[in-house]
Structures are given as structure tokens and as C-alpha cells.
Design a protein around this ligand. Structure first.
Ligand SMILES: Cc1cc2nc3c(=O)[nH]c(=O)nc-3n(C[C@H](O)[C@H](O)[C@H](O)COP(=O)(O)OP(=O)(O)OC[C@H]3O[C@@H](n4cnc5c(N)ncnc54)[C@H](O)[C@@H]3O)c2cc1C
Ligand code: SF4
Ligand code: SF4
Length: 373
């Protein structure tokens, strides 16, 4: 970045232009603590404290601080910059879901597989990395309070019990990066991040643009495949009002072509996805990244094998970890070719998401001609 873009540019080019996903990377990278985060009423946006330059500008930025734009995984040519930093080159036009190898995996420990959303592999990786002191802590998503509200909230995990308690998927937004400060304040130097593509590109962009200590500490990134997240209103206005499913009665949810909902009374419900679209979170509407393209390992639940996780292993660190878990008999794997339908769907969903990148924004991510199916 030849000029010194600061909050003023981030505010106009990302925060208020519709590109902002609410990932919170700018908030945690700000060394002057003048950015805060609004997660009320479905907003999920950073905002600048009035004490220092006001809403649209920042006195530290005027003096040359560029930390927020260095940390933002939607600012200007973020995609090729991170590609080059992570895998040494820009992706080719065929690599529509990013660079990486697809395989299927599941946790061998029945307790881990049992609490996992699909194959429990994300939790198995965190447990292995914590036990072998490859990381000190991980940033994940927990449920608020006793869990009955189904409100997802960022959390730090360090123990087996904490990893197991936070496994599974919630389909409302959780800006897991916001748990960074709690992890760092407790002394964690090597921190793993679990998050959808919007968050999973943050460590890479921070490292590519040398955003400082935060960039160094975020040393492992596990991405979650993601088409969208939903506003919290989906619980009252769709599940409860139209289907009489109270949020406090929900035991587990998944999305497999439909919203699958299991309730605590043992019943199973299906809600058509087309009814859920109106609850799409605003920050997702222009997101081009289905496959968490800049993670070390991306994980998803598409495919014919419901209790397996589809992995895209992208970096040397990702390959080393998967190999280590295999050798330690923590996971079992099978080739991606065992489920050609899943790989075809991965291509299709990645293409669909890439079409969302607006023509007027930096041309790089939309440049790949994915408009023909
Ligand atoms: C919002 C969302 C949308 C998704 N959409 C798709 C999709 O369209 N297609 C697809 O194939 N897969 C999707 N996934 C991924 C899928 O649901 C599983 O997370 C993935 O297959 C890994 O399963 P696992 O059993 O290995 O993970 P687990 O071992 O269950 O671990 C899951 C991890 O995800 C974290 N997590 C849960 N909810 C959230 C959240 N809201 N925000 C951030 N972190 C969270 C948990 O804290 C845990 O660390 C989505 C996940 C989420 C959270
Ligand atoms: S996309 Fe993330 S880093 Fe960029 S402005 Fe929005 S919250 Fe900040
Ligand atoms: S679609 Fe998923 S990855 Fe993209 S902004 Fe929304 S939550 Fe993030």
C-alpha cells in the first residue's frame, strides 16, 4: 500500500460502502483503542469513538497510523495480497474455492464426534493443538448464558471441557476475533482463530500488511465454509411465529438444503431455506468467500456423508497438522473423490458467492470470470 490509508478511507471504502462483514479485525488491531464494535440490532459494525476525531476520521490516522486498514480483509486488493502471502501466488481462475486439497475427515474420539456439528474435526484439531502446546488458546463461538437464547458470542477456549462445550454451529454471527484481547491479556502468545471466511482472511491480511503483534499471535486459522449468517430475528419471526419452535426448545441446528432443527422433546423439524433468506445478515450480502479461502484448513458440512467434515487443506501448517492428527489416530480421513457430489457443490457454492462482489469495488476478487456456471 503506497499511500497511508487510515480510518477515513476504511470508513468510506468499507464500513459504509456495504463491503464490511463485521469481522472486527480493525477493532482488535487498533493500538489506540479508539475503535469499538456495535453488535446490537443486527448491525455488527465497527465504529470510531467520538473522543478522537469523530465518526469519520481519526487523529491517529491523520498522524500516520494505518493499523485498521492493514487489518481489514475487505480493504482494497485484500484477496491477491493474502493469496501471495499465504501460498506464494495468486490463485488461478480454476481455483474458485481458493488454493488447497479437499478431503473428508472425522474425529475418532466418539465424544468429540458426538458434539461436533459434522465430523467434530475442528474441535479435534483444537484439542490436539492445545494438548501439544502448538497453541495457547483458541478464539471460538460460545452460546450466551445457559444457551437457551441461542445467542452466539465470541469466547476463548484453553481446555478440553471448553472446546467440547463450544463445538457445533450457530447460524447467527459471532465475531470471534473480539475474544482476542481476553486471550492476549491472559498471556496467550500463539492463538488459533476459528471463524467463517470473513474472519479467516484477517490473520492473512494482517500478516501480509505487517499489522504488528496481533498478526504474529494469530498463528493458526481454521475456516468454516459459509454462504451467509442470519439476523437474530429469525428465531422469533420465522422459527417461533411461523413454525411454533421456541428458541429455548432448540437442541441442535444444521443446514443441509433446509434448516434442520432438533428440539429438546426429541422432535425434528425442517424449515425451507427460501423462507430464511429475508433474515440474511446485511454484512453477508456482498461477501464473495464461501470456502474460507485464506484459512490454514477450511471445514464444511456439504456432501453425502453427514457425520464427516469436508476439509480444504491449504497451507504447510494445515498439512502438517492433519498429518499429525492422522498419525496420532485423532482423526480418520478419506479422499475427497469418495464424494464427487460434495466437490461439485463446493465449486458451485463458491461461484455463487463470488458473484456477490460488487463491480465498483477493487476489481481483483471479482476479476476471476466465474459468472458462467
Ligand atoms: C454460520 C455458519 C455457516 C456455515 N455454513 C456452511 C455452509 O453453508 N456449508 C458448509 O458446508 N458448512 C457450513 N458451515 C460449517 C459447518 O457448520 C461446520 O462448522 C463445519 O463442517 C465443521 O464441523 P465440525 O464438526 O468439524 O466442527 P465442530 O467440531 O463442531 O467445531 C465448530 C467450531 O465452529 C465454531 N462456531 C460455531 N458457530 C459459530 C459462529 N456462528 N461463528 C463462528 N464460529 C462458530 C465453534 O465454536 C467450534 O469451534 C457453517 C458454519 C457456521 C458457523
Ligand atoms: S470488514 Fe472487518 S476489518 Fe474491515 S471494516 Fe469491517 S469489521 Fe473492520
Ligand atoms: S457469508 Fe459468511 S463468510 Fe461471508 S460475511 Fe457472511 S458470515 Fe462472513
Amino acid at each position: 500500500m503506497p499511500d497511508k490509508p487510515q480510518w477515513r478511507e476504511l470508513f468510506s471504502e468499507v464500513v459504509t460502502s456495504g463491503l464490511c462483514t463485521g469481522c472486527a479485525a480493525c477493532v482488535i488491531a487498533c493500538p489506540h483503542d479508539v475503535l469499538d464494535y456495535d453488535d446490537q440490532h443486527g448491525r455488527y459494525r465497527p465504529w470510531h469513538l467520538d473522543i478522537d476525531g469523530g465518526r469519520e476520521d481519526c487523529t491517529h490516522g491523520v498522524k500516520g497510523c494505518t493499523s485498521c486498514t492493514r487489518a481489514c480483509p475487505r480493504f482494497r486488493s485484500w484477496e491477491p495480497e493474502i493469496d501471495v502471502h499465504r501460498v506464494g501466488r495468486e490463485r488461478t481462475e480454476d481455483e474458485v474455492y481458493g488454493v488447497g486439497d479437499v478431503l473428508l475427515a472425522r474425529a475418532r474420539d466418539p465424544e468429540v464426534a458426538g458434539v461436533g456439528q459434522d465430523g467434530g474435526v475442528v474441535s479435534a484439531i483444537l484439542l490436539y493443538a492445545l494438548e501439544h502446546k502448538l497453541i495457547d488458546a483458541a478464539l471460538v463461538s460460545a452460546l450466551e448464558g445457559d444457551g437457551l437464547t441461542w445467542r452466539a458470542t465470541p469466547a476463548v477456549v484453553r481446555t478440553r471441557a471448553e472446546v467440547l462445550a463450544t463445538a457445533g454451529s450457530r447460524y447467527t454471527y459471532s465475531a470471534n476475533l473480539l475474544a482476542y484481547r481476553a486471550a492476549a491479556d491472559s498471556g496467550a502468545e500463539r492463538i488459533a482463530l476459528v471463524g467463517m471466511g470473513c474472519m479467516a482472511s484477517a490473520p492473512g491480511v494482517m500478516q501480509a500488511r505487517k499489522a504488528g503483534k496481533v498478526a504474529r499471535r494469530l498463528s493458526l486459522t481454521i475456516g468454516l465454509l459459509c454462504s451467509k449468517t442470519f439476523d437474530d430475528a429469525i428465531f422469533e419471526d420465522l422459527f417461533e411465529r411461523r413454525y411454533a419452535i421456541a428458541r429455548s426448545s432448540i437442541a441442535k441446528m444444521n443446514i443441509k438444503g433446509v434448516f434442520q432443527i432438533w428440539t429438546t422433546d426429541g422432535a425434528y423439524h425442517e424449515v425451507p431455506l427460501k423462507e430464511a433468506h429475508e433474515f440474511t445478515r446485511e454484512g453477508c450480502t456482498q461477501c464473495p468467500d464461501f470456502a474460507a479461502e485464506h484459512a490454514d484448513i477450511s471445514a464444511g458440512g456439504i456432501g453425502a456423508f453427514g457425520d464427516w467434515t469436508l476439509l480444504i487443506v491449504r497451507t504447510d501448517l494445515g498439512r502438517t497438522l492433519v498429518q499429525a492428527l492422522l498419525e496420532a489416530e485423532r482423526i480418520e480421513t478419506r479422499p475427497g473423490d469418495d464424494d464427487p457430489g460434495a466437490v461439485a457443490l463446493l465449486h458451485k457454492l463458491a461461484r455463487v458467492s463470488r458473484r456477490r462482489w460488487p463491480d465498483g469495488a477493487d476489481p481483483k476478487p471479482g476479476r476471476i470470470p466465474v459468472r458462467s456456471s
